[in-house]
Design a protein around this ligand. Structure first.
Ligand SMILES: [Zn+2]
Length: 424
């Protein structure tokens, strides 16, 4: 008996010692230091010749001395900034082995392949976006996102932080969906784990973009979401833009045929606005053969898209000159566009005349604020997650350097590092 209790005693102490050793090792994990000569803080400021100290996945401090035993990465030849945020993507959309559109739920265009193929394509697109500098994305409309998000958050799949709406709520432009029914749908989404509610208040632009939800219906959806603590993102054209803002919805997507007065209304009501300046439509036009024949991707639809592209660009110019309007960065990335999300910056700056710094902020602190993540990401400040990227060049001088993301850190983990090995 004395032997047994002694060995138990020994076991207890050795387990405790091991436990403490592991804890000690974790606490001793060396901090990471990123040396920067040009640092955009995500809020519109440029800092020079400074360091970012990263510990435990977070930004511990900016500036000061390099701590002892730190792992130092020299990013002084680059421009360092917060990881970008794309507030509108569709990671499961992709082209299948025959080069045709696939993974587009719900509806007749979707489910033309086994679900595991769609899921794997979603994983591949997530990695492409992370590698392209997008450390946070908002996915607007796929029930498969829940598993994708779990694979990234819990199982270590490399990808951006994903916020998802799960299935969107469609307005059908008829009497279906009483306010009570719509409120129940919102509650169900909240229960199912949606981070945000995506609503179609207008039809597709390929079909004219007519309103499909009444003011009363929008009031019900956005009002109920607010009660449940959820944001709302509304696909809207023309009159639906102002109606969605009136209903207290959080963010408007697309917005074509909104008037100057409507944009002013959004600014007054603090509604975030995400008009696309080129990538999504140009990507459709470039990949016409791969889309043609699915759902509403008809010859006429492609003619419509060709026609509305300059109209979207005109809307974008109007949006950025509307005083106080919070224009955020979202690409609506569909099949063919993932990993090329940053092309949208180039349309916004080169084609539509946005200031490069405003374009960066629209995908950093302003987008973070729109997503309710301003205390987690979107700027370089102590306490925030270490979501940090570096570009080979200065985007304030040449916006096309957004194509050259050579360093990506998300939550303190380095996923891309093409810095080491460069000739000095
Ligand atoms: Zn979309």
């Amino acid at each position: 008996m004395p032997m047994t209790s002694r060995s138990r005693f020994v076991t207890f102490w050795s387990v405790l010692a091991l436990f403490l050793a592991v804890r000690f090792a974790a606490a001793q994990e060396p901090p990471i230091v990123l040396k920067a000569s040009t640092l955009l803080d995500g809020k519109g400021k440029v800092l020079h010749n400074t360091i970012i100290v990263v510990a435990g996945g977070k930004i511990a401090r900016v500036g000061g001395n390099v701590p002892k035993s730190a792992l130092t990465y020299d990013l002084t030849r680059l421009t360092v900034l917060p990881g970008w945020i794309d507030v509108h993507v569709h990671p499961t959309w992709h082209f299948d082995a025959n080069g045709r559109l696939a993974g587009v739920p719900p509806g007749p265009t979707g489910e033309n392949e086994p679900k595991q193929q769609t899921a794997l394509a979603g994983a591949a697109n997530s990695w492409k976006m992370l590698a392209a500098g997008f450390t946070t994305v908002q996915s607007l409309g796929s029930p498969l996102d829940k598993d994708l998000k779990d694979a990234i958050d819990r199982q270590g799949l490399p990808g951006p932080r994903i916020l998802t709406s799960l299935e969107p709520i469609f307005g059908r432009g008829d009497a279906t969906g009483t306010p009570d029914e719509l409120r129940a749908i919102v509650q169900q989404h909240a229960k199912d784990g949606a981070d945000v509610i995506k609503v179609f208040a207008s039809g597709s632009i390929r079909e004219g973009g007519k309103p499909t939800l009444s003011q009363e219906q929008l009031d019900a959806i956005c009002g109920e979401a607010k009660k449940a603590g959820l944001r709302t993102v509304v696909h809207a054209y023309g009159p639906s833009v102002r109606m969605a803002s009136q209903a207290g919805c959080t963010e408007i997507e697309h917005g074509l045929y909104a008037t100057e007065g409507d944009l002013g209304f959004l600014a007054e009501h603090g509604t975030y606005f995400d008009p696309q300046a080129g990538l999504v439509i140009q990507n459709y036009l470039d990949n016409k053969a791969r889309y043609l024949g699915f759902g509403n991707y008809t010859e006429t639809a492609f003619e419509t898209m060709r026609k509305v592209l300059p109209e979207f660009q005109q809307l974008f110019r109007q949006a950025i000159t509307t005083r106080g309007l919070k224009v955020i960065f979202g690409t609506d990335a569909v099949a063919g566009a993932h990993g090329r999300n940053a092309e949208e910056f180039i349309y916004r700056v080169q084609t539509c005349g946005q200031e490069p710094m405003d374009a960066m902020v629209s995908a950093n602190s302003l987008a973070a604020e729109a997503l309710g993540l301003q205390n987690r990401t979107g700027s370089i400040a102590p306490g925030l997650d270490a979501d940090i990227i570096a570009l080979d060049g200065d985007p304030l001088k040449d916006i096309t350097v957004v194509r050259h993301v050579v360093f990506v850190m998300r939550g303190g983990r380095i996923f891309v590092n093409q810095v080491t090995g460069q000739a000095k």
